[in-house]
Design a protein around this ligand. Sequence first.
Ligand code: AVJ
Length: 320
Amino acid sequence: MNELEVHLDADDLARALRADVTAGLTDEPKWLPPKWFYDARGSELFELITELPEYYPTRCERQILTDRAPEIARHTRATALLELGSGYSTKTRLLLDALTAEGTLSTFVPMDVSPTALEAAAEQITADFPGLRVHNIVGDLTRHLKHLPAEGNRLIAFLGGTIGNLIPAERRTFFEDVRSVLEPGEHLLLGTDLVKSPSVVVPAYDDAQGVTAEFNRNVLRVLNGSLGADFDLDGFAHVALWDPEQEWIEMRLRARWPMRVTIPGVGLEVGFAAGEEIRTEVSAKFRREGVERELAEAGFALDHWWTDRDGLFAVSLARA
Ligand code: AVJ
């Protein structure tokens, strides 16, 4: 069984994109939110990133979930798995397998801003898990959590380290929102990339093959395609910087020469000085104490903290 529930239609998405572009490109310094990377091409580029030798988070998280999925199933006995920002749901299968083996699972609810990613994943999952109800939700995790189904014993999964895209104030709101959606005793499974040497983390965001650079510049391609903008992609260099105070990676696009860009979809003309940057993504890295504290502040108890063998990435299981 496969259903699609849409809280964000093409019009809402277009409106949100226009609002973000107007706010971000008239600000000083300029910024764009990372969610606009993920059109079909951006999602494909991200899939390629997950296979790069330098990009460790996906492999580490998969290792943890492979080892721990049966324990997660036994501990939660969830009847519904709700996955936020599910994308293509590749690692989710490990959880679906374990919860199916545990005999508790009846419903899978993937939520993503991308209907294409949801459709592609749902087709595979309905084929591989006969009898599982797949309830797809097109929505934004900062706005549509209240639409998540209320029945059953729910496990919300937010994997991949995507929580790192939120700045601390946004994170606090997000954890509070998730907590208020859950009933006491239900669970949150959270993937977080960990603080480590910049010599490991920086190459993960600036790979030798230049896939991440293409992914970064793809946001300009999205603006060209959806808003009729005339960004010259060759005019922007990919930058990945480690901020040791904030303990996050920043991705930026740096203008190689002075430029004027017109963006008809929002009626803007935007000037760039040579060397001027747009911040396109923050990817925060975490420590156990910080994750535990932020979860506790939102009303979650940390039941389990698991890392991969090299201690690069963590998966937390928290109880509401
Ligand atoms: C999908 C947000 C987890 O921050 O590592 C990968 C996105 N950006 N390479 C991350 C990303 C550059 C990724 N997340």
